[in-house]
Design a protein around this ligand. Structure first.
Ligand code: G
Ligand code: G
Ligand code: MN
Ligand code: NA
Length: 254
């Protein structure tokens, strides 16, 4: 169909680009990494956000192809980032469902790391529970293989799915990302605060780091810091920025 054809063209004509949203270590207020977020530089419509195409792309036949490009691009971009406070910046890459279960998945991860020279410890892969729930036995083996390489894995949108807890039992990961729907009213809504506190407690017991998404104000950041949240991202710090602008943003911290 029309959008499908357009997405194919976008891939061939190199209309996709990655923007980077900073991730801040709450204790120090310093950048720790960035999440790569896909944008479509459409010749007529200008910059198109994922809401306008990501579901169609995920279901199209080229999702994995675009996904390998994203992985490769993100690793190549991340090696250019400076160390902050002596630590290298990490890059978080969102995966499409068709990537994680793909027979060549680990091959592509290895190739992206090898070709870029990015240390495996600097790569974090973001999964949603629909991805991890797809194939239980294979998913566990794949996570184990990533861990052996030193690549980290995060659960995205944590708490929004129906199987968030049972996933942790079967598939250990390094980090959970608290969905921004729990963060926006966390200061004023007792229910949201209770959920965030509970996620933090579960994460500690499973030895996982926690990133809160969608932080838009200082009071939210302060609240999350006092609860012991590790990292945050959100408009309060920066939106996703084109690579060059992200570099400029980072240079303030060098
Ligand atoms: O950038 P924005 O917040 O509009 O992105 C919305 C959602 O689109 C993200 O939360 C994520 O789920 C999805 N998304 C954005 N970039 C990527 C990408 O590079 N790969 C995949 N698989 N999903 C992405
Ligand atoms: O991977 P995920 O689907 O969670 O992607 C994060 C999305 O959230 C991106 O599309 C990004 O543009 C958006 N986003 C990032 N920071 C904020 C924020 O502070 N507030 C809101 N409302 N959205 C945000
Ligand atoms: Mn994400
Ligand atoms: Na998310």
């Amino acid at each position: 169909r029309r959008l499908d054809l357009e997405l194919r063209r976008a891939l061939n004509e190199r209309e996709f680009e990655l923007h980077y949203q900073p991730q801040i270590h709450l204790e120090t207020g310093r950048p720790a990494g960035a999440e790569a977020l896909l944008r479509w530089r459409h010749p007529e419509r200008g910059l198109v956000m994922p809401a306008g195409f990501i579901d169609a792309l995920a279901m199209s036949g080229i999702a994995a192809l675009v996904g390998w490009w994203i992985l490769d691009r993100a690793c190549r971009d991340a090696v250019t980032w400076p160390r902050i406070d002596g630590r290298p910046m990490s890059v978080s890459v969102n995966l499409f469902p068709s990537q994680f279960g793909h027979a060549d998945f680990l091959h592509h991860v290895d190739a992206a790391l090898r070709d870029s020279g990015l240390p495996p410890e600097c790569l974090e892969l973001e999964l949603t529970e629909t991805i991890a729930l797809r194939d239980d036995g294979a998913a566990a083996a794949t996570l184990q293989a990533l861990r052996q390489r030193g690549v980290r894995v995060a659960y995205d949108d944590f708490g929004t799915g129906y199987a968030s807890l049972s996933m942790l039992r079967h598939l250990a990961v390094d980090r959970v990302k608290i969905d921004r729907s729990f963060v926006c009213d966390v200061v004023d809504d007792r229910g949201d605060a209770a959920i965030v506190r509970s996620i933090l407690m579960i994460a500690r017991n499973f030895d996982m780091q926690v990133t809160a998404e969608g932080v838009e104000s200082a009071p939210q950041a302060d609240f999350l810091r006092k609860l012991g949240c590790d990292e945050v991202q959100g408009f309060y710090y920066a939106p996703a920025l084109p690579l060059a602008q992200f570099g400029t943003w980072l240079s303030d911290y060098e």
